[in-house]
Design a protein around this ligand. Structure first.
Ligand code: PLP
Length: 842
């Protein structure tokens, strides 16, 4: 009898269950701070309040929404949630007041369950436990008692649990705990050379631990040749073969044990998960009677093990396996599911890598998108998020719950109950078919948007076609990295046009969800040539953080997560063997000009020296274009108490008639040495210090470098034109009104450099015309070309470092870009000039 399918019936409302968001926060705060942000960013932070059969109900906008559950407790839900006969068995325990705890007595439930298991499986001694990992722990301990040797064997990609002993056998999670438990040698089941080499040491091996079908490892069955070798070698040497059927057992793969079809004959057997019928926590270690070491009966015990409640449910579960012939059901439904998914694969061979399965243990593997045109698909694929985003899409759009595995993040693992209906599986098959169509269209907004509450109605009309990254393998030892970030939220649409469907606000919301979880990674890898004929190889490390997010983090004094991402970015560049790493845009600011970054073995640069130098060059060029003679003009330097502005003042002073330093407070202690430095640079030149902006009216040349968040230079502050302003602040100091209302004023940002030879150079997401780079990146390239760099580029800019950077630029043929270039670049990319100007890149 199948449990009643309640998917269509209305779910009762539970008291106090309407505040799902509070629960998410509380769970993240009190229980899983390292997991919930990831679930939330991806859209898998559902709160399930009810479960029956293959349906779970999640709370959404105050309503309970039915969802088809194909995760199935990672194999524990073979009977469906709350199977009525299992619930009845549980109820009987309470009604009959069966003791829950009666240690050191004769446990009737344990005896009955163990007997039932042995009737089915052979003559074993059964040690009952509370979980899968405990069954594995017990197996390891018994093996060490039975055959005390230094090494145990396991299989690459295996999963056996996460307690300290079992995690040593768990391939993808063991790293920080490696060597802190039993010594494990992992065998590659596909490489006979590897196992044969291992065989030389078989006498030092205590036991081998195997999953017949790796679940966490992506639904992969052990190769028959390997199994044959294991059985022959281990039997010969007396090494016990421990078979972990915690996930695959109880009929899920079409036979009671998956080992049956493989010729794998267990000396020890681990069970758990669906042994408890999905409602009791129980596991079991079965050891062949002739191998059992009697003292083990005291060497492995646990307060809750052997409880009559769990044993009664497990007994009922075993009865149901036979009564409803669950192995046959799993075979039939599994065949249906596999056939449907293989049909999807046939229609989308470009999207589906593999469909594999044994009964109702099925894997649906997506292809990677490492080289997609869409930046986001590349990023999701490279960072292992593709399967999770697919799972969130299926949940939000098709109301189906699936999950990938860490060990195999592109494979969706499907383990419904043996009672699942064909209709329900058909719904999932249609869902993945639509997923594949969206992946083929690279419509990431339609896939990832719904999880963020964003609906991208129609696929966008692509006016800009993104391209894959340039991927030139380095042909020179001169290698530099550059850490860039999104200057504006909209820039992400340059590399992923599908995001346009979100609109401005939606995009902000979307980027706010994803920024904390996306790690920096190398996008373009590209050579740049100097006029001297030398080459440098650049690895562009992209951070998915926008200027807006940097500014907000600074305002709320929460930049630590950003600094950590930057440190990871440096690490990524170092792994790409870069000796110099440049910091773009806000990354220098948030790290106090690189000083807050923990690193060793690479030289860092803010790129500020060349940015200032090129700013001076741009101001000169702008003055020439507007017919302003600097020698006859006053120069105002706004924010002159700061490092960058004062450096401008010192550099420009010799070329102008008078310098006006505009500062916030005339009493600042920083001012006298700055005035002295300006006077020393240009003896005899008039230098005035003022604290109001009215002085700007007298100045045709203005440099502005403040750290004020809002614009403060308006048309009314400026004298009659021509006037040129070099505004290098972020956000801009000059109001957009100036560009709109004052054609006699030319505002330049400087900071853009033209490369000498690589006229086609471009990096996705950076809104500059081909052949141009921001000065901070140019400085990084120059440092790479030079190999060493005399003046320091970390910390404050100095006049010497600016001069040195400009001399190197000249040597290698790097020149200032057109002074109007930022505006033309912005137009080219369909962005407003004013928006772009609010984000200086270093
Ligand atoms: N072994 C296998 C094959 C498993 O799949 C699992 C859990 O997924 C375990 C062991 C660990 O079981 P538990 O999570 O109950 O500790």
């Amino acid at each position: 009898m199948a449990p009643r399918d309640l998917a269509a019936s209305p779910a009762p409302r539970r008291p106090g269950a309407g505040n799902a968001r509070d629960v998410v926060e509380a769970y993240g705060h009190y229980c899983r701070p390292g997991l919930v942000p990831l679930l939330s960013a991806i859209g898998l932070d559902a709160v399930y309040e009810r479960a029956q059969g293959d349906t779970v109900w999640m709370r959404e906008d105050g309503l309970l929404v039915p969802v088809l559950d194909l995760v199935g407790g990672y194999g524990a839900n073979l009977f469906g949630h709350h199977h009525p006969d299992l619930v009845a068995a549980a109820r009987r325990c309470f009604d009959e007041q069966v003791p829950f705890q009666a240690q050191a007595s004769i446990r009737a439930g344990a005896a009955r369950l163990a007997e039932a298991l042995c009737r089915r499986l052979g003559d074993y001694v059964v040690t009952l436990t509370n979980s899968g990992t405990e069954s594995v722990e017990a197996a390891i301990k018994h093996a060490l008692l039975e055959r005390p040797r230094p090494t145990l064997w396991a299989v690459r990609g295996a999963f056996h649990g996460k307690t300290l002993g079992s995690i040593q056998f768990t391939w993808s999670y063991r790293e920080p705990f490696r060597g802190r438990g039993p010594h494990v040698r992992f065998l590659d089941p596909h490489d006979p050379g590897d196992w044969k080499a291992a065989a030389a040491d078989v006498d030092s091996v205590s036991a081998i631990l195997l999953e017949p079908v790796a679940g966490e490892g992506g639904i992969r069955r052990l190769p028959a040749a390997f199994v044959e070798w294991v059985m022959a070698t281990c039997r010969n040497a007396g090494v016990p073969v421990i078979v972990d059927e915690i996930q695959s057992g109880m009929g899920r793969t079409g036979t009671f044990l998956a080992a049956e079809g493989l010729g794998l004959d267990p000396d020890y057997l681990c069970l758990s998960k669906s042994l408890g019928g999905g409602i009791a926590k129980i596991g079991a270690l079965l050891v062949r009677r002739e191998r059992f070491v009697k003292e083990f009966s005291l060497r492995h015990t646990s307060t809750f093990a052997e409880d009559d409640y769990a044993c009664a449910i497990a007994l009922e579960a075993l009865r149901l396996v036979d009564r409803d012939d669950l192995p046959a059901r799993c075979r039939a439904r599994g065949d249906f599911l596999l056939a449907g998914l293989r049909a999807v694969q046939a229609r989308f061979p470009d999207q589906v890598e593999d469909v594999r399965g044994f009964g109702l243990m099925v894997g649906f593997e997506l292809r990677d998108h490492l080289d997609a045109r869409s930046y986001s698909l590349r990023m999701l694929s490279r960072q292992g998020y593709l399967g999770y985003v697919a799972a969130a899409y299926l949940l939000k759009v098709h109301r189906v719950r699936v999950a990938p595995t860490l060990g195999d993040p592109r494979t969706l693992r499907l383990e419904p109950s043996a009672y699942v209906s064909e209709e329900a599986l058909g719904r999932f098959i249609r869902g993945v078919e639509q997923l594949c169509a969206l992946l083929r269209a690279e419509d990431v907004a339609a896939i990832a948007g719904p999880a963020a509450g964003l609906v991208a109605d129609a696929p966008p009309a692509l006016s800009v076609t993104p391209r894959p990254d340039a991927q030139e393998p380095p042909r020179t030892p001169r290698r530099v990295g550059f850490i860039g970030h999104l200057l504006l939220d909209e820039h992400v649409t340059l590399v992923d046009p599908s995001y346009r469907a979100f609109g401005r606000e939606g995009l902000e919301r979307y980027l706010d969800r994803t920024a904390p979880i996306v790690d920096p990674m190398v996008f373009d890898r590209i050579h740049v040539r100097s006029l001297t004929g030398e080459e440098v190889h650049l690895s562009f490390v992209g951070l998915d953080i926008t200027s807006r997010q940097f500014a907000r983090a600074r305002d709320v004094k929460n930049s630590r997560w950003i600094t950590e991402k930057i440190e990871k970015g440096v690490q990524v560049a170092r792994e790409a063997q870069c000796s110099v790493v440049g910091f773009g845009g806000y990354t220098s600011i948030v790290t106090a000009n690189c000083r807050r970054v923990r690193t060793n073995g690479v030289t860092l640069t803010t790129g500020n020296a060349l940015t200032v130098g090129m700013g001076v060059a741009a101001l000169r060029e702008a003055a020439r274009l507007r017919g302003i003679d600097p020698a006859a003009s006053r120069l105002a330097v706004v924010g002159a108490a700061g490092n960058i502005a004062s450096t401008y003042a010192v550099l420009m002073a010799p070329e102008v008639r008078e310098v006006i330093l505009v500062v916030r407070s005339l009493r600042s202690q920083k001012i006298p040495p700055i005035v002295a430095a300006v006077e020393a640079a240009a003896p005899g030149r008039a230098v005035r210090v003022v604290d109001d902006l009215d002085a700007l009216a007298e100045c045709p040349l203005i440099v502005s470098a403040s750290n004020t968040p809002e614009p403060f230079i308006y048309p009314r502050h400026l004298g009659r034109g021509p006037v040129v302003i070099c505004d290098i602040s972020l956000p801009a100091d000059v109001s957009d009104d100036v560009a709109r209302e004052r054609p006699d004023v030319l505002v330049v940002t400087g900071g853009v450099v033209r490369l000498p030879l690589d006229l086609e150079f471009s990096i996705g997401g950076i809104p500059l015309p081909r052949g141009h780079v921001f000065a901070c990146m140019a400085e990084t390239l120059l440092m790479g070309l030079e190999g060493t760099w005399k003046a320091t580029s970390v910390g404050p800019v100095t006049v010497e470092s600016v001069r040195h950077a400009m001399a190197m630029a000249e040597k290698h043929g790097f020149t200032v870009g057109d002074v109007g270039i930022n505006s033309s670049a912005s137009r080219l990319m369909g962005l407003g000039y004013a928006q772009h100007r609010r984000s200086r890149a270093g």
